[in-house]
Design a protein around this ligand. Structure first.
Ligand SMILES: [Zn+2]
Length: 414
């Protein structure tokens, strides 16, 4: 038997053999029938513990290989994913009277987003399946990440992105050699077209939520947080949310480590959506476990999602953790882009800065207490959406002649 003992449908609870099924539960369909990856934790506990990690010298998320769904590690690609920096921010602690504010910067991954964690796992699963052509639909980050890994593995790659995907992400895709299909529609429409094409031509699909192994890659940030904080878990973890795969993946990570005895408690998870694209916030407020589709309208392209594909797991994760979903305005996101850059030195894309906008909103609503430890998950680098980031600054550079006098005059301007 392999490491993964079963895949379990999150809705009907039926379990499947990992060799039996690739994507979602046929009885419950692609949205309700997402699958959870199960391991033999009792067996794992014997060899995988704090002590085994203490002596592990791997500085990437592969240090957690025992709890990742990899059957053939020889297919792991040599790009260093994870083990991203975790910073303390005394400035935000003082500003908002919090005991600790931590920032985990996943813009530091190989293609500059959190999505590398999932792609690194998905490429191994694709090669284990013997795939030759692979695909994904994405707002941009998942696709550009996938294209890097599939290029490295020598696979043919067909990518579906929405009409409004930022130029830098398109540039990454083209540079990595993917065939890029920019769909005349939004992300949700690109996603559905990708699913149909993958079925039609038998391609391996890395589209989010649909593929059960992506959340396993995405859980590794949570594992790192526990280890980097010397097994002290933050009280609150704030995560930007589009499809919901990152937040549910992080919850799986915290839960896995809790069940294995690495940590003694679990954090509350706060999912932050952009107000113009907040189907999970609405479902949360209505106490529903189904998110009604919306037409997404936000400048934060990475979380501009109208039909959250990982909604069942995401809503359950936040509920189980005792957290909540909140919405922030685009103006608040832009303020957060600037604040994060100037107070922490981290250049985040708008979607990633939504976590900081969420923190500010929680403080203003009186939802956090003075003694609490908060962690912000930054999910993507600002260079990936330079047009979005530029909206966060009001000043343009001053054009001057080559003279000291011109410098002097420029310095006198407000
Ligand atoms: Zn089912």
């Amino acid at each position: 038997m392999g490491k993964v003992v079963a895949l379990k449908c999150v809705t009907c609870r039926k379990t499947y053999d990992p060799g039996e099924i690739d994507y979602t539960c046929p009885a419950c369909g692609p949205l309700r029938g997402t699958l959870e990856v199960l391991y033999d934790l009792d067996r794992l506990r014997k060899t995988f513990n704090r002590e085994s990690l203490r002596t592990n010298r791997t500085n990437s998320h592969w240090r957690y290989l025992p709890i990742l769904p990899i059957e053939k590690p020889e297919y792991i690609q040599p790009l260093a994913v994870g083990w991203t920096p975790l910073y303390r921010s005394p400035v935000f602690e003082q500003q908002w009277h919090l005991h600790r504010v931590w920032i985990k910067d996943d813009g530091r991954n190989p293609t500059a987003s959190y999505k590398d964690r999932a792609s690194a796992v998905a490429i191994v699963k694709a090669l284990e399946k013997g795939a030759t052509v692979v695909t994904a639909a994405s707002t941009g980050n998942a696709a550009s990440s996938w294209a890097a890994f599939t290029a490295l593995a020598g696979l043919e790659t067909v990518i579906f992105v929405p009409r409004n995907a930022p130029r830098a992400k398109i540039a990454q895709l083209l540079l990595f050699g993917a065939r890029v299909l920019q769909v005349e529609g939004n992300y949700d429409e690109a996603f559905d077209l990708c699913v149909r094409a993958a079925e039609q031509w038998g391609w391996y699909n890395r589209s989010t939520a649909l593929n059960p192994y992506l959340g396993e890659g995405k859980k590794t940030a949570a594992l790192e947080i526990c280890e980097q904080l010397n097994w002290q878990v933050p009280d609150v973890v704030i995560v930007p949310v589009g499809d919901g795969c990152i937040i549910q993946g992080m919850w799986k990570g915290f839960r896995d480590f809790y069940q294995l005895g690495f940590i003694e408690r679990l954090p509350r998870l706060i999912g932050v959506q952009a107000e113009g694209s907040a189907p999970l916030v609405r479902a949360w407020e209505q106490g529903s476990d189904i998110a009604e589709a919306v037409r997404p309208r936000t400048l934060a392209d990475s979380i501009a999602v109208g039909i959250p594909r990982d909604q069942v797991k995401a809503l359950r994760a936040v509920r189980e953790s005792g957290g909540k979903f909140i919405a922030v305005k685009d103006e608040e996101i832009l303020q957060a882009v600037q604040l994060l850059a100037r107070k922490s030195g981290i250049m985040a894309e708008p979607a990633a800065a939504a976590a900081l906008a969420g923190l500010k909103s929680l403080v203003e609503q009186g939802e956090l207490h003075e003694g609490e430890q908060v962690l912000l998950q930054v999910t993507g680098n600002g260079l990936k959406d330079i047009d979005g980031v530029l909206q966060a600054v009001s000043r343009a550079p001053l054009r001057i002649e080559v003279s000291l006098k011109a410098v002097e005059q420029a310095l006198q301007q407000p």
